[in-house]
Ligand binder design. Sequence first.
Ligand code: FMN
Length: 331
Amino acid sequence: MNFFLKFFRILPPELAHRLALDSLNFIHKIGILNLFYKKPELETFSFAGMNFKNRLGTAAGLDKNGDYIDCLGELGFGFLEVGTVTPIQQYGNSKPRVFRNFQDESIINRLGFNNKGVDHLVKNLKSRSYKGIVGVNVGANKKSKGEQRVKDYLYCIEKVYKYADYITVNISSPNTPNLRDLHNMDNLSDLVLSIEDKVKELNIGIPFFLKISPDETNDSIDNIIKTVESSFFQGIIATNTTIDKTNLSNKKFNNIEGGLSGRPLMDRSTETIKAIKIKSDKEIPVIGVGGVMNAADFNKKIDAGSELVQIYTGFVIKGPNILSDILKKDD
Ligand SMILES: Cc1cc2nc3c(=O)[nH]c(=O)nc-3n(C[C@H](O)[C@H](O)[C@H](O)COP(=O)(O)O)c2cc1C
């Protein structure tokens, strides 16, 4: 796999991403995927009424359109989260918009919810063979403002809920203008109440999670906790990317606009998980994500109180063997 990883490093990031996943998909389809990676050990885990093959899943954005569900599932992830999906397909921001920083084991992206639209994703969800847990992460189109933004979330939820095991409401991408304003108390209450009405109207029985940013103040975290605790949400996904670049040693990347993921995000997102766990009276369940590059990082997320853990950047930088490295049992 090292040869392939080196090859993909010299290609532009988005091309490398697509080619790498297309290649995995191809070798999965011809039935030889298991020759290219070490299969991780299984350690089943139950949470929020769902049964997971293990506690490590993909973070949203890795497979935005659900085009790679079967091959990512076969790699041995305990669960997959696809999306962020929006009602209408959109191109996202102009390129270049993804920047890999190998020195810091990180990525900066300002993709802006590029995706093929919710109908395409639903088609893929319906035709999947993968039997594991698949969550769908929903968002709003860039052009939607105010009330329409809320309607976008409701539209996607209505489209996907029959084919998803859980739904994530993503209010934390830094790349859709003003999306993070949804963390504010009034906006968040409006959104959560509107979704709650939809859940009741359609009698939706699957769990919901709120994906938050790592750049929130203590007050904001308090408000989020209060809102989630008094709602139907099962838990929080912490966290999305950060806009803070001060942690980077390769200063060339400091002024690149976008959300930072990977190693420099690890401590910050883990602190957010700890804050949620300490401040919440009801021990809100957390899916921890941000900067997991190895087994030690994975264990830190679990020790901080995460029920489950997701990865994105670690998988891109280290390749599929990161799964068995993280999930191998101690001798
Ligand atoms: C290129 C890229 C695209 C992403 N797209 C999304 C997205 O569409 N929706 C979302 O909720 N998070 C998205 N994320 C954030 C990840 O899901 C994750 O929260 C973040 O990268 C931190 O995890 P990591 O350090 O393991 O990458 C994206 C991250 C990257 C690097």
